[in-house]
Write a protein that binds this ligand. Structure first.
Ligand code: GLC
Length: 751
């Protein structure tokens, strides 16, 4: 039934009238849809099925292919692509939308999904922020909010509405090739950062009437594979899922999150996509999520040919839909549509179940205003890479730098005249950005923006009076050579004032980044060892998605900066830290591993750090923080701070009471600085073993020299509870410690 014609005046169908409540518009539209049209709204296909060459980089619409999929198969969503100019995206999205809105029977708009996870990174000229591991290191949710807001600003004008961000997995396994997509290992930090990013993405008023839907991913428990390799088995109890992996998703849901993407892997033998327990009981019933649940890439197909838990694709479709998915990112064929149609016609899946998912998809499309504003704005795209947007990205990169060592205050560098620069990232742009940048795996150098400085460029700008020599760049020989040549080389370096080694990783994404050894590659270790023999101070800058094992290299260096993947503005951020223009404020959002086969998050259990000393066989030794000199929350500044006057308002917290703690932070230096105050709670006992400590609150304070600030944190019994295997909070009387700034005070909860 198309629009109803009255007296030569076409009255728009009820669902097309924005004056009507969304709930009623959904029901009106649903009542008009055929089963095939409904299943089409549950399907997302890849851009390669509708472009002219079948390659990701080709953002040119093949009208014939697109018409067939939209008009005959009713497909409601597409995804992906690579960085192209804004006008190319604008033209592509306009044509694609026109087919759906003007040539299909019901005119249901398309929703286009894209991995703009650190800026609109599939847009030429976009602002590209640091990746989440860097944002976590800032301990400042405003940087995550700004990332979301700028991404929305630069995506909306292209017609992109479904942003596949933020990643809310926990960075608990440094081998994992997606470690850098996380906000780090802590549930509270990931919760605060993720919720801010969702807010920035979904509530960016400047893009109105165009809105974006965020996507929390990958639900759930994806990030701690025992092998360290992507999409390999994870072993987690439901209690661990509730306590550690649920909080970041829960906070995002409570912030109004519109969509969630599944974890492609298995947990304790059950692929998440086939788990009713996780995708319906936990996500819908316990966590209250009412938005759209989309699978990850070919997750349904993986049940057949990767996990081998489904006999064939049709059985895999049955399992996934029964478990609770709403949309299949199929994404390269129509088997999902055909299988689901058969399953409904056979009565194995009811049409009511289909309607449940279609309602959620339509709700998102109505809430985003797609029926009223399906096309990209007809004004020319103007936001990409604007100075204001790039300034936000620089601020995030600047605040994400973690200074791990600064022996004899070699930094900030005192006006060096000759700087020697070395390493694979000395003159690289791509190494600063990792995956999901211009292309899935990170594009080749030539595709990066002309105006994006390398570290070599940034150092020359930062130290205009100095001579910066980049060894291994252009025609300058690197560090190779015979023993005698190297000896001469080192002797020659003694004429320099500062040596900077920019090492780490080249870009990778997902399983392409699987490794067997977390240590810094031998070639880089050898170069650093050689440089350490020269007299000038040696600054080691690690530009890497993972905390590579650099225990020896830190010893051999005078200063060490963990720069993570700082994005397009990262080189300036690093140069500014080295010159002292920027005072480092970054803190590790993870525990930096020291040994290749011993990774422990800071919130490990007491029994994790059990040392058995044969000479003291009768004594259990459990030294806290004994497993790394660079624990979660560690980071140096050019300013020193002192903590004092740690006071608890009371030593006893009552059942319905509160306990306010205060601590004074003083800038004891001659330079203004920003300190991040981390508040941890440690439960001395628990029916279920308790982490040695847990971050419960963090707050930043900027202080001028000599100034002090009183910081406070009010504890309620909720801060002491933890979930059981059913997610039910346990709150036990007992003794607790509150820690901040290296100080500790005990209190008890009487319950
Ligand atoms: C990938 C990733 C997911 C991404 C999706 C679409 O496999 O796991 O994070 O959003 O496919 O590109």
């Amino acid at each position: 039934m198309a629009d109803i014609r009255i007296k030569n005046q076409v009255r728009p169908s009820y669902y097309k009238n924005p004056d009507h409540p969304i709930g009623k518009r959904i029901e009106d539209l649903l009542s008009r849809m055929t089963l095939r049209e409904k299943i089409g709204q549950m399907t997302q296909l890849d851009v390669t099925l509708i472009n002219t060459t079948g390659e990701q980089k080709d953002i040119e619409l093949d009208l014939k292919k697109a018409r067939d999929l939209i008009r005959n198969h009713h497909i409601g969503s597409f995804l992906n692509g690579e960085a192209v100019p804004a006008r190319t995206w604008h033209r592509f999205m306009t044509k694609l939308t026109r087919i759906a809105v003007e040539e299909s029977r019901l005119g249901i708009p398309i929703i286009y999904g894209i991995d703009h996870i650190h800026g609109a990174s599939y847009l030429e000229g976009a602002t590209v922020f640091p990746h989440n591991i860097n944002l976590g290191a800032t301990f400042n949710p405003e940087h995550a909010r700004n990332t979301g807001k700028v991404t929305a600003l630069e995506s909306a004008e292209l017609g992109h509405h479904w942003i596949f961000a933020p990643v809310l997995d926990l960075g608990v396994n440094p081998l994992w090739p997606r470690f850098w997509e996380t906000y780090g290992e802590d549930p509270h930090l990931a919760s605060e950062m993720g919720a801010a990013n969702v807010d920035g993405l979904q509530n960016c008023s400047e893009t109105l009437p165009h809105r974006q839907a965020a996507t929390a991913k990958h639900f759930i428990g994806y990030s701690d594979p025992r092998s360290g390799r992507d999409r390999t088995p994870v072993h987690l109890s439901m209690q661990q899922i509730h306590e550690f992996h649920r909080p970041s998703f829960q906070k995002a849901i409570d912030t109004g999150l519109k969509t969630i993407m599944t974890n492609a892997g298995e947990i304790s033998g059950i692929p998440v996509v086939a788990s009713y327990t996780l995708m319906t009981r936990l996500l819908r019933e316990d966590m209250g999520f009412e938005g759209v649940l989309i699978t990850d890439w070919d997750d349904i197909g993986k049940l057949e040919d990767f996990h081998h838990t489904a006999q064939n694709f049709k059985e895999a479709t049955f399992a996934a839909v029964e478990a609770g998915i709403d949309v299949s990112m199929t994404p390269l064929h129509l088997d999902f549509n055909e299988s689901l149609l058969e399953l409904v016609e056979e009565g194995r899946i009811t049409e009511e179940r289909i309607d449940e998912s279609v309602r959620r998809v339509l709700r998102i499309k109505f809430e985003l205003g797609l029926f009223e504003h399906p096309y990209p704005p007809d004004t020319a795209p103007v936001n990409a890479g604007s100075p204001d947007n790039r300034k936000k990205a620089l601020e995030a990169a600047r605040d994400s730098m973690v200074l791990l060592k600064n022996h004899d205050d070699v930094l900030p560098a005192a006006k060096p005249k000759r700087i020697g620069l070395f390493g694979i990232s000395a003159n690289s742009k791509r190494n600063f950005c990792g995956g999901w940048t211009l292309t899935w795996q990170g594009a080749e150098e030539s595709r990066f923006p002309e105006q994006m400085p390398t570290l070599f460029d940034a150092l020359r700008s930062e130290f205009p009076g100095a001579e910066v020599t980049c060894f291994g760049c252009n025609d300058v020989p690197g560090l190779s050579g015979s023993q005698s040549e190297q000896k001469e080389f080192v002797a020659m370096l003694n004429d320099f004032d500062l040596l900077i080694y920019a090492g780490g990783e080249e870009p990778y994404c997902e399983f392409a980044g699987n490794i067997n050894d977390l240590r810094l590659p031998e070639s880089q270790a050898g170069e650093l060892k050689l440089l350490s023999k020269a007299q000038p101070p040696l600054v080691f800058v690690l530009i890497s998605g993972r905390p590579l094992i650099v225990t020896e290299q830190i010893k051999d260096s005078d200063a060490m900066l963990f720069a993570g993947l700082p994005g397009f503005e990262g080189a300036e951020a690093i140069a500014g830290i080295i010159s002292g223009r920027f005072n480092p404020t970054g803190r590790l959002p993870f525990s930096y591993p020291v040994h290749p086969n011993h990774f422990l998050p800071y919130n490990h259990k007491k029994s994790s750090i059990y040392h058995f000393d044969i000479d003291n066989a009768n004594q259990i030794i459990q030294k806290e923080d004994s497993y790394t000199p660079y624990p979660f929350g560690f980071g140096l500044s050019y300013t020193t701070f002192r903590y004092s006057r740690f006071r608890l308002g009371t030593k006893t917290l009552l059942q319905k009471g509160t306990l306010t703690a205060e601590i004074t932070v003083t800038n004891t230096d001659s330079r203004e600085g920003t300190e991040t105050v981390l508040w941890f709670i440690s439960a001395h006992k628990g029916r279920i073993s308790r982490p040695v400590k847990e971050l419960k609150h963090f707050e930043q304070v900027s202080l001028k020299p000599g100034k002090s600030a009183k910081m406070s944190f009010t504890i309620t019994p909720d801060h002491l509870s933890y979930p059981d295997e059913n997610g039910k909070p346990i709150l036990e009387p007992g003794t607790f410690s509150l820690m901040a700034g290296g100080l500790k005070e005990n209190f008890c909860y009487e319950g």
